[in-house]
Design a protein around this ligand. Sequence first.
Ligand SMILES: [Zn+2]
Length: 413
Amino acid sequence: MSHEHTARALRLRNRSSVLRAMLRSGATTRNRLAHELGLSAGTITNLIGDLTDEGLLQEAGQLPSDGGRPTSVVSVAPGGAYFLGADVGESGVAVELFDLSLEPIARTFEEAPSRSATAVEIAEVLAQAIEETLAQAPDSGRVYGVGLGVPGIVEGGSAGTAEPSGPITIYAQSLGWDQTGLESICARPDLPIFVDNGAKTLAAAESWFGAGVGTSDSLTILHGRGLGAGIISGGRFLHGAVGSAGEWGHTKVSIGGPQCNCGQRGCLEAYVGGAALALKWRDASGSDHATAENLVAELLGAEAAGNPVATTIVAEAVEILGVGVSNLVNIFNPDRVILGGWAGLLLTSAHLETIELQTRSASLQRPGGQFDMVAAQLGSDGVALGAALLAVEGLIAMPATGHVERARVGATP
Ligand SMILES: [Zn+2]
């Protein structure tokens, strides 16, 4: 490798470190940044100059300093880049537009035409939601990509590398999407497309800005109609050999047991997935609510009001969920467990302590005493924000004027 080549690679790596640090921790001074990244003041000044020229950073006022000259503060330039993040679910898609400060500035939700939408139907509502959200971007020339958080397993692409991507395939067996090419879900020749499983994008968002900040060994649980987990171990995402790691909803909690959407029996999500809980409550109460979200909210309301049937269903769900989480605790020894997704947020609003207690009591004593359990902090926007972060990673890896990859897979913590 030539000297020139090595120097360029080093500069690119340092640029990435500065941009990432600025995005994650907000406004700062050159000195603080130099200290945090272990780079010289001169290097930091040059890199900030380059990033300002790219339109990504800006001067943000001055801090008084004792005796000496005031110190200038730099921050990201919010309008320097925009990203779309999509939470692709079974019941519809939510697309959000974020500026470079990662604040959401527009949001579109498109409902799927049916509750068991096909990939083709989801692709149509996704295209519409992307179009509507994109139209609200203040500068469409500065939209650097769209990230998708999808249900199911994502394979292919080139996770976390600058290599050209191979074809990306999504396998959402529970939705009946067998081997769906990314291009048949989302085809936008004008925008780089990034994709990962929704539990992993939620984990990335919580790790950057939410309940996972400051830990490098966390489990983030996406508890919606089904259950998935984003596992960060030693600061790295667990993807598995090909990408399916974290399909926790299909771990078995009984032999036989209720039928799961995946075709097998006794899966955790067949007991406590949001769809399963909704069905249990509808059968028990005769409620005519149409959506799983409304049914589970009604179940928890009835339980809070002392309804004995609701109380039994919720108590059983909390116990089984605790058993399911304890299996992960024993295997991965996390120091934080983050519960998110719409069903997770509903359950934790009233039962976080009990879920934590059930998890500890079903775990081995040592790992069972070494984690804390918290609700996801980013609410229902976490999957979309984490998906947008996939596109942000593209900009972190390469200067804005350079080559941006067409499609890439893989969340990073
Ligand atoms: Zn299953």
